[in-house]
Write a protein that binds this ligand. Sequence first.
Ligand code: ADP
Ligand code: MG
Length: 253
Amino acid sequence: MLEVKNVSKSYRSNTVLTDVSFHLEQGECLGLIGESGSGKSTIAKLILALDRSDSGQIIVNNVDFSQLKGRELRKARRHVQVVFQDPSASLNPKLPVWKSVIEPLENYPEASPSFLKEVRNEKRKMAEILFEKAGLQSGLLDRYPHQLSGGQRQRVAIARGISLQPNLLIFDEPTSNLDVSIQAQILNLLKDLKSEINMSYLFISHDIATVQYISERIAVLKEGRLVDLFKTKDLFSADRHPYTKELIDAALE
Ligand code: ADP
Ligand code: MG
């Protein structure tokens, strides 16, 4: 459902991505790991069409995003959503959180997620259902972002991320700011949601254990090049790229 083909990107003289290619199957979670600065977030940005690649293609559901403009791009964007490390990026501090959760539905009134069909046009009810899906109590609907814990805020961002029932949900280090026990709860929530709503995930993290837990396959980025791509069960196999082994060793230290 997603195909990234030979994508390269530079900012001025700084080459950030070089000839990156990978694909994602429907319903699959692909983990993307790499050190800070290796270009992970740039890949996310390009897939979200928040920025353009210098060359290569990004194909979502057989549509080449890099060729789209204006209304067509806007329409296609609905199918790809993102959850960032810092939920403040998507939550308006001046709004009660339930309003932020349904904001994408207001931007795309033509969207009709199957799990919201029965409450269409009833905004607060839609927020209630999304809250429930994200494991949030309805008593939190009227809170403001600063009145929630970090884990709750990230659940709100997840509720917002699934509100349009996207084909692809990108997570950019979604649990890096959370305590370990909260991280585990969020990862379990994401696993459940993926099978329930039938989304594909691109899960970006610098933490191998996290990616190992949630992904079916793992891609390794080093200085903007994809150096390894394998099934998660082969993480410790002898034919892993030396750099992947380095990352594993560093994680085990
Ligand atoms: P990661 O997410 O793996 O930490 P990033 O994709 O954020 O890496 O960044 C990779 C490199 O691209 C960094 O050197 C960063 O400074 C550079 N970079 C990212 N975005 C921009 C931008 N908009 N302008 C200039 N340089 C950028
Ligand atoms: Mg990043």
